[in-house]
Ligand binder design. Structure first.
Ligand code: ZN
Length: 295
């Protein structure tokens, strides 16, 4: 692992930019154009948040007003054609738990899990991120859909692959027919982690070393919190390409490269466009990835 390895395939494509009123939304080239599907990845542009000021924060954080977040969510759902749908929000816990929604009558719309699958139309599945990898998935045959929140812990626990299994079981189609989109996340240029993260991924992912390169700033930086990885700034430091690890996990689960799109954007590199938990020391907003079938 002495040399950084370039992990690039033809699955990194430019996402489609949708500018609706004052919002700036990204759409996957793989999913855009499926007539029965609605989807979108939000950015921080537009919105009514108090903090970060004048942004489209879509998570209930301690820094923002609930009213502003609710207005922002309404504007986002309207912009991507999901107004009036039932919405599933996850209590994200960095697990590999995949929830299944069987009915549009949601008695508990807040579920503790990091992925969710449904075949029920007009149910919006969502995850919130500010560096972690958001993944949307679709089974075109059955119209079953899924969404994943993958941080390093969920990635090590195989949450993307587990969601594929759930989608195959629910939809009945082969994994090779599924389509997936990985939204903007923190990339290797900005995602420094410690030896604990390397060890966790090595333990569960064959050939995990290919997602890590040695950080030039190794050992000097202190990480903002334990969840982002790294044992209080001690020891060797590495740069992790978490999105590539998830894309490969999808392919190992049976998806074809041409059915996967991955945003090339790094949340750490474009502070004007994305919230970044790492770059903003935890004091930031949340972006949302949302997907729903209309029939
Ligand atoms: Zn970056």
């Amino acid at each position: 692992m002495t040399e950084p390895r370039l992990i690039a395939r033809n699955s990194s494509e430019k996402f489609v930019e949708l500018k609706e009123k004052d919002l700036h939304i990204l759409k996957s080239p793989t999913l855009d154009g499926i007539p029965w599907l609605r989807h979108g990845f939000s950015t921080r542009v537009g919105g009514q948040s108090v903090f970060p000021k004048a942004s489209l924060n879509l998570g209930f954080t301690e820094f923002d007003l609930r009213k502003a977040v609710e207005a922002n969510r309404g504007a986002f759902f309207e912009a991507i054609g999901m107004q009036g749908f039932s919405v599933v929000h996850l209590q994200q816990i960095h697990s590999n738990r995949v929830a299944l929604i069987e009915s549009g009558n949601l008695t508990n719309p807040n579920i503790e899990a990091d992925a969710v699958v449904t075949a029920v139309p007009q149910v919006v599945l969502t995850v919130l991120t500010a560096d972690c990898v958001p993944i949307l998935m679709v089974d075109s045959g059955s119209h079953a859909i899924g969404v994943v929140h993958a941080g390093w812990r969920g990635t090590a626990q195989g949450i993307a692959a587990k969601t594929v299994e759930t989608l195959v079981r629910k939809g009945g189609g082969p994994a090779s027919g599924l389509k997936a989109a990985l939204g903007p996340s923190i990339r290797a240029c900005c995602y420094e982690v410690g030896e604990d993260v390397l060890a966790a991924l090595q333990k569960t992912i064959l050939g995990a070393d290919r997602y890590f390169s040695r950080s030039p700033g190794g050992g000097k930086q202190t990480l903002p919190d334990e969840r982002s990885g790294g044992g209080a700034g001690r020891g060797k430091k590495f740069l992790l390409d978490l999105a590539a690890a998830n894309r490969d996990q999808l392919m190992e689960a049976g998806l074809r490269a041409e059915n996967i799109s991955m945003s090339p954007a790094c949340t750490g590199c474009q502070p004007e466009l994305f919230f970044s938990h790492r770059k903003e020391n935890g004091r930031t907003g949340r972006m949302m990835a949302a997907i729903a079938s209309i029939e």
